[in-house]
Write a protein that binds this ligand. Sequence first.
Ligand code: PLP
Length: 374
Amino acid sequence: MSRIFLDNSATTPLDPVVLGAMTEVMANNYGNPSSIHAEGRQARALIENARKTVANALNCSIGEIFFTSGGTEANNMALKNSVRDLGVTRIISSPLEHHCVLHSLDAIKMAETATVEMVKIDAKGHVELDDLRRLLAASNEKTLVSLMHANNEIGNLLPLEEVAAICEEAGALFHCDTVQTMGYFPIDLDATRLSFLSGSAHKFYGPKGVGFVYISNDNIIKPYLDGGAQERNMRGGTENIYGIVGLAKALELAVAEREERAGKIRNLKDHFIRSIKATYPEVAFNGDPDNAHYKVLSVSFPESSKGDLLLMNLDLNGISASGGSACSSGIDVGSHVIGHLHPDSKRHTVRFSFSHHNTIEEVDEVIAKLGGML
Ligand SMILES: Cc1ncc(COP(=O)(O)O)c(C=O)c1O
């Protein structure tokens, strides 16, 4: 049975072109980028070219990009080090952030090095910008705002330029978790002033375990990982050269093919929405699908005896998707995002997330098979 992968917000398959670029480096470049001999210089050049590709994609300077082990490390680094090194004593964030942000904030609260306040979320799952303005105006403390660009469960999009302008006007730093939007939406850091942002290669058809953090030149922080002088003294440890080369190749392709891929994915999602509404009129969509990332759709199915087994039945039928319901049933660990939006809901939620590799036929098959599982 060939499988249908509709879990592309969790991760994406490695693009064969990216795999080719990585294996070429694995086979031929074993130098340590810190060595001054020819092998080392070759490895260093690969990393610096990759950095240039990322900086070009974001319209920032190459000195502002630091490679990490992924989005989790990038977000930890931005949050914890801006408290440690930049005098931030107050963070404003949202309850719908990814756990790597929320748990970093828990650690900061535990250490009592900064206070954390949560902005209000409206009924559709968007950040209430007036509440953000109110929170920012309420204190003169050095504040960092940390809000994600697109929610990984419901897809809701933050108006990035507007939030950046609000933060700039209030004199606050702005960290944006752009892990879900990197490569999918244009981000111009010369036009939109951010202090920090994060990216993770495996969300845009690159390898797992590699990402990057953008740190604007105005916000010099100290290393997160202590060690050698790698990443211009910002992250000790011999660099993941193949991963970094793969990340850059994947981002280059994502940017070059953005419109084509986006058109295809939008078409699939629209078809999915139309078909599922027509076939199962009692489904509901979480968040605000009209103002969301085009690859994500969170669907709630009415309470039913088979609902708890929905994800397992999808899997048994060759369909991969993610869970996320308000309640914890023992099988489904529950989602803090759906739990926040619909605390009393007993409905069963499935996140479908699409890729340019999916087809209309796959969508039709999923809609047809769902019938027997509800
Ligand atoms: C919004 C968001 N932030 C951060 C992360 C963490 O990224 P990584 O898996 O590279 O650590 C993810 C991955 O699920 C994500 O969706």
